[in-house]
Ligand binder design. Structure first.
Ligand code: ASP
Length: 427
């Protein structure tokens, strides 16, 4: 009985630990098929459920938020603050990654044999995936692509930036027409918004089971051994991520957000656990929004602007990971990187992380862009694929934490940060 009354994040944590143990057992005692056939689908169902609400949630909440702002100058101010924070923290994240990778040199001094073994151990499909990543459009194309030629198509294909653009414009225009005309539309979308948020509440009830299923499938698939092979490299990435999350976000929350650091990290914890087990900022978005609004006291209109945008373009964890990975791969190949090349990493990893979709393993694809800019062999990506999944899970946690910290800071500088509610998402 007591177990049922535990806060949600504790239940999710229990699900996660139980998933690890179950995965190790399945891997050891050979009942992997059982996990893949019967347990994994529960995890997939959970991901599908939270992904299902992303498009309606982003559109309805952004539209209602913008329409209710009634002040285009305020929207502009929030927009500039959000983008500036995202760009600065991304650059800081990459710099931390580069400093650590240069200081600890995780890829240096490998024997040729070990190098060959690492490459052999990795998946052969990498070549194709890298080719696809390199077909990425230019910056102009990326910017032009924000404008949908057909909004319905953008919805169908889940093109986040296009949906955000269309929602913003619709919201702005609603605030420009007569309230007699705009009120029914806004009322309708307020209703939609409430319904979707209610859905998130219901879906979160099964989160502990979803997390259990997802984690046990990952551990069953890879086993723990593979995680040890690239221990040094993974440790540098993880230490960097922890440093960034603890030092940079704490400073930002304390100095700019004027919120208690403990309140922030406690409030965002449920979303972090979902980010860890799904490896997707986009899929986590409904939970991030719920936690940021209810547990951190950020008004809905700021959440619904900063968070969907952040889940799409702000990837601090991914940027840091790309910085470390680029230097690591160069070290494995015995290449020294000049100051100019390191600077190129900062620039390209910023762009690459912006272009990274908030989906699992997207960051390793866009890493190709960074490697190419500094002339490091793309095949190097194969070396790190073995630990990709676990690092993806960790960097996604940082990605969504960065989004939430931005929302808190924007709300605080707008003097709109409220006392957190009674932590409703936890119960
Ligand atoms: N999985 C990450 C995210 O959704 C993106 C990445 O692959 O780095 O935030």
């Amino acid at each position: 009985m007591k177990l049922l009354r535990l806060p949600l994040y504790t239940k999710i944590l229990i699900g996660l630990l139980a998933g690890v143990i179950f995965g190790i057992l399945a891997n050891r005692f050979g009942f992997s098929d059982f996990v893949f056939n019967y347990i994994k689908p529960i995890g997939s169902a959970f991901i599908r459920l939270i992904s299902m609400v992303v498009v309606p949630l982003v559109f309805a909440s952004l539209l209602v938020g913008t329409a209710s702002l009634n002040d285009i100058r305020k929207l502009g101010r929030i927009g500039v603050k959000t983008v500036a924070y995202y760009l600065c923290t991304t650059a800081i994240a990459i710099t931390i990654g580069l400093l650590l990778a240069n200081a600890f040199r995780p890829g240096a001094g490998l024997s040729e044999q070990a190098q060959k073994r690492l490459i052999q151990n990795s998946s052969g499909a990498v070549g194709v995936q890298v080719e696809t990543a390199l077909e990425k459009p230019t910056l102009t194309d990326i910017l032009l692509n924000i404008i949908p030629t057909n909004p319905v198509k953008a919805f169908v294909e889940g093109k986040m930036l296009q949906i955000i653009f269309f929602a913003l414009l619709t919201g702005i225009c609603l605030s420009l027409i007569s309230s007699e005309r705009s009120r029914p539309v806004i009322n309708f979308f307020e209703g939609v918004n409430e319904v979707v948020i209610q859905m998130v509440h219901i879906i979160m009830k099964i989160a502990p089971y979803g997390v259990f299923a997802l984690i046990s499938a990952v551990i069953t698939d890879f086993g723990l051994d593979i995680l040890f092979i690239l221990l040094k490299y993974s440790t540098v990435v993880i230490v960097g991520l922890v440093l960034h999350a603890v030092v940079i976000y704490s400073l930002a929350i304390k100095l700019l957000g004027k919120q208690k650091i403990a309140t922030f990290f406690r409030g965002i914890r449920p979303a972090q656990l979902i980010a860890f087990s799904t490896g997707s900022s986009s899929a986590t978005l409904p939970v991030t929004m719920e936690c940021t609004e209810k547990n951190l006291g950020v008004p809905r209109e700021i959440c619904s602007f900063a968070l969907p945008l952040g889940a799409t373009v702000n990837m601090n964890g991914t940027a840091l990971y790309q910085g470390v990975s680029a230097v690591f791969i160069a070290q494995v190949y015995g290449m020294g990187l000049t100051m100019g090349q390191q600077l190129a990493i900062v620039l390209t990893a910023t762009l690459a992380s912006i272009g990274t979709a908030g989906t699992p393993a997207a960051g390793v694809m866009t890493l190709a862009i960074v490697l190419r800019s500094i002339g490091v062999p793309l095949e190097g990506i194969a070396i790190i694929l073995g630990v990709e999944r676990i690092l993806d899970m960790c960097r996604t946690v940082v990605n969504i934490t960065g989004d939430a910290s931005c929302a808190v800071i924007v709300a605080s500088t707008e003097r709109e940060l409220q006392e957190p509610l009674a932590n409703s998402i936890k119960d």
